[in-house]
Design a protein around this ligand. Structure first.
Ligand code: DC
Length: 225
């Protein structure tokens, strides 16, 4: 049976990673978290003491990065040079710096090249901001996953407080609004819904319901289940 390429895009906190990983698990596909790739470049930039606005040096970091993504027992492990940075890329500091790094044209070029290689011949679920519009325009299934900003901020707040960070919900909502604006208004590969993407609003959906909605679409389109 044909192995599909499934692209899931949407704003921060819409539940993309959780939903995309579960869809991949159900289909026996590989899950590729492209946000984690931009976060890893940001982490490597900070580690090397390079300022995130030094465009040339940051792009060089992206071109040289030795990045490994693996999914192990329901979690994506991210490694750079064999250092496990799975948790280190989800701190408030990286959240703050990653928008600038992901606006860097050289960084995007290097990451898109890697992403297309990773998508290979199919059997992948890739999530991000520009997957259906730019990285994999020929994807078999395109989903635009979203939720209200209040709900997305609340989810991020739960995720961070659960990890022991002391964060303020209102500040988090403000930060997500800023990130939405930066992601949507940037010149290169902005966050927009592809013309042929299906909109799935998860504000009032559980994770399981969102997963089932997408699997149903895959089944309707290609009979994969
Ligand atoms: O999905 P996330 O929060 O882990 O993404 C981190 C940042 O990377 C976010 O600011 C948007 C950016 N990003 C991007 O520009 N393009 C992608 N394909 C994925 C993420």
């Amino acid at each position: 049976m044909k192995k599909l390429i499934i692209a899931i895009d949407g704003p921060a906190g819409a539940g993309k990673s959780t939903v995309a990983r579960l869809v991949a698990e159900r289909l026996g596909y590989t899950y590729i978290d492209t946000g984690a790739m931009y976060r890893a470049v940001t982490w490597d930039t900070v580690r090397r003491g390079i300022a995130v606005d030094d465009a040339e040096k940051v792009a060089a970091v992206a071109r040289a990065i030795n990045l490994q993504l693996t999914t192990v027992t329901g979690k994506t492990l991210v490694k750079v040079d064999d250092t496990d940075i799975t948790d280190a890329i989800r701190t408030p500091e990286i959240n703050r710096l990653v928008a600038e790094v992901s606006q860097n044209g050289g960084v995007r070029e290097a990451m898109v090249h890697l992403q297309r290689q990773l998508a290979g011949l199919g059997g992948v679920v890739m999530d991000g901001r520009d997957i259906g519009t730019h990285v994999l325009p020929n994807a078999d299934i395109k989903i635009f996953l979203t939720a209200s900003i209040a709900e997305r901020a609340h989810r991020r707040w739960l995720e961070l407080t659960d990890k022991g960070f002391n964060v303020d919900l209102a500040e988090l909502q403000e930060e997500i609004a800023c990130r939405d604006k930066a992601d949507c208004e940037r010149a290169i590969a902005p966050l927009i819904q592809a013309a042929d993407a299906v909109l799935v609003d998860t504000t009032y959906l559980t994770v399981a319901q969102a997963v089932e909605t997408i699997l149903q679409l895959c089944e309707e389109k290609s009979g994969v289940l």
